[in-house]
Design a protein around this ligand. Sequence first.
Ligand code: PBG
Length: 341
Amino acid sequence: MTGFRTDLLDALRLSPGAQRPRRLRRTAALRDLVRESTLAPDDLVYPLFIVSGRDVCSPVPSMPGVDQLSVDRLEAEARELGALGVKAVLLFGIPSAKDSVGTESHADDGVVQQAIRKLKDASPELVVLTDVCMCEYTDHGHCGLLADDGSLLNDETLEILARIAVSHGEAGADVVAPSGMIDGMVGAIRAALDAGGLEQVAVFSYAVKYASAFYGPFRDAAEGAPAFGDRKSHQMDPANAREALREATLDVEQGADALMVKPALGYLDVVRSVHERFPELSLAAYNVSGEYAMVKAAAANGWLDERAVVLEVLTGIRRAGADLVITYHAKDAAAWLQERS
Ligand code: PBG
């Protein structure tokens, strides 16, 4: 304490009754008692990439720990998720053949349709969500039908998205999640599901999806990178937050059962504002492939403590207002949460 003037210290000393927030941080049990946000395995959704073929488990290089799986591998996957307490999956399909109109996206025997049936057979209580988009199924890698000049045709694409959603619903999906940011997609899908006797199938809209560079590794995993151009004419500009409320409002009006913000980490302000505007709706945040890859790369280099960082990131997304988090960390996080409890 040399060099410190004691009269100054006296002046700074708190009175006995002063506010001392540290009192409630003193022990682990006290911290547990006053914790504001929780994180549990059943808040998490695990994405799966389904490929055709038999006994395929093909690692995705830019997403260590994530594999493309064939349908026959899904029973074991469902068992593993069940043991970990993860209760929901989000399916993406990588078709055996692509064409300009994405025919396999809505084929009754397409990879995703087969995967839904297999998972529901193996584990009826598992919640199956499906991504509804055309980009994995088109040879040009765009999210819809293209005009001659290469621009995305909005209303023509809606018809195909509706067909995809109905084929997923007929195969047994609990939730369809349109991810293309095509205007009117929620309304078109809701109407088609209802007309097809699939009123029980919920629509989770990727209502607020940004044109993000953080989808890079996903495009390796799903083999759905655009062959030319980008997705900026339909996905949102990362600079915009008020527009997110406009997008969310439109999807709520069209009958969305839940909303999604994507990516998560750079957009936690948007998660918070959508949560505050629509507190009555469930809100998902998608902790996307690039966010996963960053943590994995740093952890592999010994630069970050993977377990601590993952639990911090997922808790932060919940704190911002997300009810559920779609994340490639789901299995690891669930195992760590089980150990902790
Ligand atoms: C589109 C879709 C994408 C992601 C989910 N659905 C890619 C894109 O919009 O380009 C990205 C997910 C991730 O990066 O983890 N079908």
